[in-house]
Design a protein around this ligand. Structure first.
Ligand code: ADP
Ligand code: ZN
Length: 734
């Protein structure tokens, strides 16, 4: 083949569809460039791209533009990750450049060189050694740090595993000349931090670990179902250790980081600096460093939120997805992938096992297990021997409620507090009240940009839209309604319940946990620390409280209002509700004391609520699956949604109607087109939204249909008047 005719196929990093041909500088070893980043002219600018292949070009050689610079002498992206990104771009109908972007930290997306993964560390100086030898009077922490440094250099990655602010302590030691900073190159994964011992497994855990280990060398998906507290985390730890002993890396995907703090700490205590965390709260620099350490192989266990599924792990041997049902694994904007599903594909490609763990598996995973595609292992009992909580519905019809709390719930709280135990109250709505109305004229505070009401936030003295974050001062309402102005609020938020608690339980220490009260970094961890240290009597909060945290002294959980969840519109509402109830119940009585869960409702006979209360998630699952099968919804159908939005109310519907017309002739008959319909809340942040739904019983049929989608959109002149996107496997069907 004539070398001049061969070109570099480049995907531009970012939401750019298509792959573009460029010529390479003469004499480049073309075949070795796949996976390297390049800088290349694109439009009027230069952009960073990734070479995704080398092939003869359709464009005559003299018209090919040359790349401006080759950024990596060796491929930065492994062939397996490139293949995964290609698969995902195809499956989710999304630009490859965005999928590749997900695989790099920001610095690399911008074209900067990768970070040096050699590590900062602290070593003992002669002066420090002398100080230790003298037995000089030193603070406890200083002494601990000096002894650690004496044993071996203290790696930066090991600091997180130390309970106190070791970085500051070390800075002080450096200032005194007792320690100094150095860099350690290479693969050190070991450090001198004492490690917590691994627990002896109980028989159920043992069976789970043994079954999975027996298959460690090939692909299989495991559904590890175990109630909260049944010891799933201990199973993950043992599996990661076994993989590590074989020289393989483990990837552990977790929901939002604030909610997984305890799990992360446990991994640090077992694996020290060989464990690392990747999540969105890290600085760009920190992300780039962890990324480089993973790629180098010095991270043996990587824990991370959704985007960590794209981390480069050359010796990857095991993937774990904790709380696999959690909605945060699905990215809801831009590149709309589901990290759990990508993890399963990654494991299949790499021929390694993947473990999906949950107390309340998604209906998708339940069906996959029922059909034998996933293998199920269960942990039926709580590991530490605590009894399962008792769940009871409380009929609040016609009762006087104080800040949403009925007399029965209050009495139960009195008893619990009198025993010196803690109470957890759950209400999934922040703010003071979801509705502000004038009793004189009927005026209601609405968002000017959304079809939504403004939520009253008393603490901030503002009215806030929970959909677009627009806000205004509460005081300004005076100008909005009538002269008689008699403002009342309707409904409940956590601020209001907090007020009521302070009145009803004077002298009790009350802590509210929601997005408003926990704005700052570290606040949530501090709050959990206070609860465990028993500095809190009543813990009140939203969703944030229903996951991942162990509160052994909490023996009573109150769900203030179950009804708002029972009557939501989206098809996953029932599943989410049952998961929340079971998860919230899992917070209670994890120590030696049994827990009680009281659920206030106006609909005590609701069958869904009944099945969730029986604490038989399994019975809920069979009922819910039957409903989904009947309605031909996932997991019995594959869905994709095309959404469009515009400031003009007509444009989205016109675009989608045009699209539907084009698709009709082209897609398989098995694929059903529904809509276009306006979104449940049509106007959001000043834009009107509509959706077209594609569904098919067989995923393969849907995939054929989706292939027609982009070419059809390209043909529609109306596309330029809207913003549109495709959402494959959406959380909501509209
Ligand atoms: P999960 O991840 O399912 O919520 P954990 O692994 O956090 O469960 O275990 C719950 C509690 O039980 C923890 O306090 C843990 O230390 C304890 N535990 C787990 N496994 C064992 C075991 N084999 N023996 C004794 N205690 C255990
Ligand atoms: Zn709004």
């Amino acid at each position: 083949m004539d070398d001049a005719a061969v070109c570099l196929q480049v995907a531009i990093i970012g939401p750019v569809r298509g792959i573009f041909d460029y010529s390479a500088p003469a004499g480049s070893p073309l075949a070795a460039l796949t996976g390297c980043r390049v800088r290349a002219p694109f439009g009027r600018r230069e952009r960073v791209g990734v070479v995704v292949g080398v092939a003869p070009s359709q464009v005559p050689a003299h018209r090919l533009k040359p790349i401006t610079a080759l950024l990596d002498p060796l491929p930065l992206l492994s062939p397996s990750l490139l293949a995964l990104a290609r698969w995902a771009a195809d499956y989710y109908c999304h630009p490859l450049g965005d999928a590749l972007g997900a695989a790099f930290p920001l610095e690399l997306r911008r074209g900067e060189p990768p970070r040096d993964p050699s590590q900062l560390c602290w070593v003992l100086t002669a002066a420090g050694g002398a100080r230790l030898a003298e037995g000089a009077r030193l603070g406890v922490r200083q002494l601990a740090l000096l002894r650690l440094a004496q044993a071996a250099p203290i790696l930066e990655s090991a600091l997180a595993a130390l309970a106190f602010d070791a970085r500051r302590g070390l800075q002080q030691l450096v200032a005194r000349g007792w320690c100094e900073q150095a860099r350690l190159a290479g693969m050190e994964t070991d450090d001198a931090t004492p490690r917590e011992a691994f627990m002896a497994l109980n028989p159920a855990q043992n069976t789970a670990v043994e079954s999975i280990l027996a298959e460690l060398q090939r692909y299989s998906t495991w559904l590890l179902q175990g109630v909260t507290g049944s010891g799933k985390t201990e199973v993950y730890l043992h599996l990661a250790r076994a993989a590590s002993a074989l020289g393989r890396q483990t990837l552990v995907l977790i929901p939002e980081i604030g909610l997984s703090e305890q799990l992360v700490q446990r991994f640090y205590r077992r694996f020290g600096g060989a464990a690392a965390v990747l999540h969105s709260e890290l600085s760009d620099r920190e992300r780039a460093l962890v990324w480089a350490r993973c790629r180098r192989g010095s991270v043996r266990v990587l824990l991370g939120t959704r985007s960590a599924v794209w981390a480069q792990l050359p010796d990857l041997g095991l993937i774990i997805v904790d709380e696999e049902h959690d909605p945060s694994f699905k990215q809801q904007e831009g590149f709309r992938y589901n990290a759990r599903d990508v993890a399963v594909v990654r494991a299949r490609n790499a021929d390694i096992p993947v473990v999906l763990g949950s107390a309340t598996p998604s209906l998708e995973s339940e069906l996959n297990a029922a059909r034998g595609r996933y293998r199920r292992v269960s942990l039926p009992q709580r590991a530490a021997g605590a009894a399962c909580p008792i769940l009871l519905g409380l009929d609040v019809r016609g009762l006087v409620l104080l800040g949403g709390l009925g007399a029965t719930l209050c009495r139960a709280m009195d008893e619990c507090l009198a025993r010196g135990e803690q109470v957890l109250l759950f209400l999934n709505r922040r703010g003071y009240a979801p509705l502000l109305m004038c009793h004189a004229c009927g005026w209601i505070a609405r968002c000017s940009r959304c079809d939504a009401r403004l939520v009253v936030h008393r603490e901030a003295e503002r009215l806030i839209c929970h959909h677009c974050d627009a806000d205004q001062a509460l005081a300004r309402v005076r100008d909005a309604c009538c002269a008689d102005q008699a403002l009342i609020t309707l409904g409940l938020g956590t601020e209001q319940v907090e007020d009521a608690l302070r009145q009803r339980f004077p002298g009790r220490r009350i802590l509210r946990v929601d997005r408003d009260s926990m704005r700052k970094k570290g606040q949530l961890e501090a709050a959990y620390g206070a609860v465990r240290a028993r500095e809190v009597d009543i813990l009140l909060g939203t969703q944030m409280l229903s996951k991942g945290h162990d509160f052994p002294e909490v023996t009573l959980v109150g769900v203030v209002d179950a009804d708002s969840r029972l009557f939501a519109t989206d098809f996953r509402a029932a599943e989410r509700f049952a998961q929340t109830i079971v998860q919230v119940a899992g917070r209670a009585g994890r120590g030696s004391k049994p827990g009680t869960v009281l659920v206030q409702t106006h609909h005590p006979d609701n069958p869904l609520l009944q099945s969730a209360l029986k604490h038989h998630y399994d019975s809920f699952v069979s009922a819910a699956l039957a409903e989904r099968a009947e309605a031909r919804l996932p997991p019995y159908a594959a869905l994709a949604v095309v959404r469009a939005e515009s400031a003009n109310q007509q444009f989205p519907t016109e675009f989608l109607t045009g699209l539907k017309r084009l698709l009709h002739a082209r897609i398989p008959a098995e694929v059903t087109l529904a809509g276009p319909v306006p979104a449940p809340m049509e106007r959001k942040a000043g834009r009107y939204r509509a959706a077209l739904l594609l569904s098919a019983e067989r995923r393969a049929a849907l995939a054929l249909g989706l292939r027609e989608l982009l070419p059809a959109i390209e043909q529609l002149p109306q596309r330029t008047r809207v913003r549109w996107h495709i959402d494959v496997d959406p959380q909501e069907a509209s």
